[in-house]
Design a protein around this ligand. Sequence first.
Ligand code: PMV
Length: 319
Amino acid sequence: MSEKKQKAVGTAPGKAILFGEHAVVYGRPAIAVPVFEVQARAEVELGELGQGTVVHAKDLGLRLILTDGPSDNPLCAIVWKTLAHLEIPPQPDIVVSVESTVPIARGLGSGAAVSTAIVRALASYFGKRLTDRVISDLVYEAEQLYHGTPSGIDNTVVAFGKPVYFVRGRTLEIFGAKAPFTLTIADTGILSATKDVVSDVRRAYENSRSQYERLFDEIGQIAQEGRAAMESGDIQEIGHLMNRNHALLKEIDVSCPELDRLAQAALAAGALGAKLSGAGRGGNLLALTTPETREQVEASLRAAGAKRIIVTEVSSSCD
Ligand code: PMV
């Protein structure tokens, strides 16, 4: 067996979906980028002998003991799955603690970030190396407990920590933007459960298949054009595509007045584009800003009700 350390740490970033949410569940391409300004951090350390494997979610005030087998709790599930993958039995004396600055239920990939941090910390604690691909696959299994039918984009972008062009079950391409650009991310403060929004979209899709197939096709087309715009460094075009994507997300009924208000405020203050990100009906809005417009857009977003603002740079492939 590999050597146990006294203590090991694993971290993972949050994420934002730049193009293609919801349509990605139906096989269309989507693009997501990591957001390193928020992160999850897990720590594994030696506890008291006989206490079992303890999972401590500091932010939630939760202390759980790992049972001998799969669990419905996503935190226990990822610990269990990782130990099973590493062929290590549940331990009589370890504590897995996790904390995160990725806001929960706001479309920034909190569940995937926490799970990824846990996998990394456990692998490091037992002196094992796991590839990003394997980490992503393990996290996907835990994501099913948060989301039901996740497309897999969250675990992929969070585990790889790079922009990804993703088609469910088919393509995973890590790629870079030709020129860096800045996203100003504004939180509506409204919690939104991805599982609920995804199942509402499913219901609407079942009722109007041809209409939704057409909308998903258009969104998928935008994701393809978005990748081309990122690879050629055409920032204006990225903004234009974000606006088109937001309009289509409104058509599939996953926006809300608060998100639309933030989008309008960002555009009125000079943002090049604005769209909701993630499941929608709350959570965060992405605005594409330049050094000249950033401050004005931020002030305008705050005046329109943004509860928190995160500024992140999508770096260029040359950085
Ligand atoms: O709300 P989030 O960040 O979990 O993003 C969900 C993205 C969806 O496309 C709506 C669902 C999925 O599984 O891809």
